[in-house]
Ligand binder design. Structure first.
Ligand SMILES: [Fe+2]
Ligand SMILES: [Fe+2]
Length: 208
């Protein structure tokens, strides 16, 4: 049974995620990296890519919250909450970097959040093996996606790059944790559907 306190806590977390006021206990990896000289176009490009990443983190928050509400195994639940905490840090880091670059957050964050939360609850309801499988595959696709961003970001923008690199390292860790906890391998059709959904999300978030 889910307590009222837990629900209020989750709701508070959701509001912070959507509004771009996530908290981070670890300082942003970009903090010690000096700002480089970027042209207006490069700044806009970096800000748009970070907006996509921020949306990815909003979705990750919602997914893990949804999954942790329905996960049965205590160890899986703890792993999901730990990952959600780190995703919240990613949220804070990417929102900060967007502001530094003079960009804005996605206007559709509440929509991204609601959709991902529903998917998370559904994945959680299928049982831990599938819940973790979904987590592992999500992280794998996010890692790939972040690698693509490292190629697309302006080479001299080390401050943004250091944030993306640290996020990618955490996502790999989340994926390994899910596998160690007994994640099943998702059917290829589901993986493909997830790819398609993330393609839609990233293309829209790049602009809106
Ligand atoms: Fe993340
Ligand atoms: Fe992650």
């Amino acid at each position: 049974m889910i307590s009222v306190d837990r629900l209020i806590g989750e709701f508070d977390r959701a509001l912070r995620a959507v509004a771009g006021v996530a908290r981070s206990s670890r300082p942003s990896p970009g903090e010690g990296v000096p700002e480089s000289e970027l042209g207006a176009e490069e700044r806009a490009q970096a800000a748009a890519l970070m907006r996509v990443n921020h949306v990815g983190e909003v979705c990750a928050q919602a997914l893990y919250q949804g999954q942790s509400l329905t996960a049965r195994n205590e160890e899986a639940k703890r792993a999901l909450l730990k990952a959600a905490d780190e995703e919240e840090e990613h949220l804070a880091w990417s929102a900060d970097r967007i502001r530094e670059l003079g960009g804005r957050l996605s206007l559709l964050n509440p929509v991204w959040y609601a959709g991902s939360f529903a998917i998370g609850v559904a994945a959680g309801a299928l049982g831990d093996k599938w819940n973790l499988a979904f987590l592992a595959e999500t992280e794998r696709q996010v890692e790939e996606h972040l690698s693509g961003h490292l190629e697309a970001l302006p080479a001299e923008d080390q401050r943004t790059r250091s944030v993306v690199e640290a996020m990618r390292a955490d996502e790999a860790k989340h994926r390994n944790t899910a596998i160690q906890l007994g994640a099943a391998e998702l059917p290829s059709a589901i993986k493909l559907a997830m790819r398609f959904a993330s393609k839609v999300m990233t293309s829209v978030a790049y602009r809106i």
